[in-house]
Design a protein. Structure first.
Length: 103
């Protein structure tokens, strides 16, 4: 797991052909706006979250974010624990995001 600034996270994600953007916030938070192309898996629903991440392709690179960076950090550690080697946490989360947001 690596904590990346928005600049690092964006640059690395754009240049990674195996990139998957993962939003680990709740449904309500996701509906308020999300980074384009993001898949949503609510980390608060822990049993479902673990089940879903075990189904993910471990060879992909996961660029993970939440509201402020805490839950996404946990999510990256959980991804690592199920065999995903490349998990990148967006420091500051969507609260500090300056890029495009879909509603």
């Amino acid at each position: 797991m690596a904590d990346l600034t928005q600049e690092q996270w964006c640059e690395q994600c754009e240049n990674d052909e195996n990139a998957v953007i993962l939003d680990v916030r709740t449904d309500a938070e996701f509906e308020e706006g999300y980074i384009p192309g993001a898949l949503q898996l609510d980390i608060h629903n822990s049993a479902e979250f673990i089940k879903k991440i075990k189904e993910l392709d471990p060879n992909k690179s996961y660029y993970v974010y939440c509201r402020s960076g805490g839950r996404s950090g946990q999510a990256c550690m959980l991804l690592n624990s199920v065999g995903v080697k490349n998990a990148y946490n967006l420091k500051g989360g969507i609260m500090e995001w300056n890029g495009e947001i879909n509603n």
